[in-house]
Design a binder for this molecule. Sequence first.
Ligand SMILES: Nc1ncnc2c1ncn2[C@@H]1O[C@H](COP(=O)(O)OP(=O)(O)OP(=O)(O)O)[C@@H](O)[C@H]1O
Length: 509
Amino acid sequence: MASQNGVSARQITLSHITKTFPGVIANDDVTLTLNVGEVHAILGENGAGKTSLMNVLYGIYHPDQGQILLDGKPVRIDSPKDAIRLGVGLVPQHPMLVRAHTVEENIALSQVTHGGASFWNPTSNIRRRIVELSGRYGLKVDPKAPVWQLSAGEQQRVEILKVLLQGARFLILDEPTSVLTPQEVQELFAVLRRMRQDHGMVIITHKLDEVLDISDQITVLRKGKVTGNTKNENLKKTDLARMMIGEELKETRVAGHPHLRGEMIHLSDAWAMGERGTPALKGVSLSVQGGEILGVAGVAGNGQLELIEVLTGLRPLTRGHIFVKGKDMKGQNAEAFFQSGIAHVPEDRNHYGIVPNMTVEENLILRAMNQNPYSKAGIMDFAAIREHARQNIQKYDIRTPTADTRARLLSGGNVQKLILARELESNPDVLVAAHPTYGLDIGATTQVHQLLLEKRAQGMGIVLVSEDLDELMNLSDRIVVIFAGTFTGTLTRAEFQREKLGLMMAGEA
Ligand SMILES: Nc1ncnc2c1ncn2[C@@H]1O[C@H](COP(=O)(O)OP(=O)(O)OP(=O)(O)O)[C@@H](O)[C@H]1O
């Protein structure tokens, strides 16, 4: 029997949900049941409708058709407040915490509107419940720690605690592993396994190994429709790939010696400050040649973000030198770096990669807005802009209703494709790419890998920062390993070994 607040419910069903947006059917008659006691993975290509469906379940979107059933009884979820009352919680992809506040203050804040303890007295009830729930599910976190000191994994645990304290019975986890290191992924999965006994969890991920590892049930969406639903029994990665994209998984690998065309970037004894006012790069040196892919391996937070920002002119050097094609770039800004031939695919694509309220076609020419053929004598040529958009939407398979759609309305993976299209089409000498396949489905990932290899063959230098060791080993000519702001070594292709890289990532030279 369904409880009114969902606390003892066993099952929630999205029944025949249809949700349309202008020009696109995001969900087309989708039915999905989530049971307490299971982790239910939702798989699908970029833009298949996964996030939209979860937004319906969490009351952010209202479906055009269909209903939601709690233990078989229809319920209305018109807002996140309704969802929370009925026991549905959302763990956001990127933690949304107040960085200056402590863990318990953040959790108290999230309880204010939901009948929890008073925000002004967060230390009593809330702390007791945090300790109790952390212990039960293995969610290790210090209630008194300020959030800015926490790793991405710890912040995610705070988000999980937040929804548990709101009484969530059903949890939605949207790409929860995208911000985590491999070890943190295993810690998260251990938590989910413990929580499974009294919760139902939906997990959206593009990582097929993770789906096989953690899920009990798998639903596949394609173009808004359910194309498969199966128990996770005796399945292989190739089965999942076939269900998702209707064909076999292809692996792309770098081959042959690179055709080097000279040094493009020379960084020597580079020092730079991190966000916390302490040195994040401590005397690193590297050289990037045109025509090679230089992989950067490391556990997140060891200086790769700062390295990328130094290479693209976004972060000043406090010591050392950077030369682009022989020219001293110390003290120059990001625009000067771009003009010198350095393009950038940023880690935080929504803040730095696009202007969310501009259209797809405008975002595609952000780098060249004032240039021929898009602007002539100060007058925009809209036909040229539209034609450029048409070609690139097709070439990079950007799934968007129209070229006029605002970039913020694209699915995450399609935003990533848009940024790649713009940066690669600027024909840079070097592309500095942070996690370029992050959030991309397996088909799009293969497509990006092929593109990077094509660009390498054409003489582009590529700095590829990734936490995916397979991706790095398959694509790189050399891999440099970063740890605590220094390089623990550089390996050439013949020396690539997962174990060796793992040790170097842990600081062993
Ligand atoms: N608010 C909105 N307005 C217009 N279109 C939208 C809106 N939200 C989603 N869409 C569209 O609905 C479709 C499904 O998007 P959704 O974000 O659900 O895909 P997804 O499967 O989560 O993709 P990804 O794996 O890339 O995150 C896409 O075509 C997207 O552009």
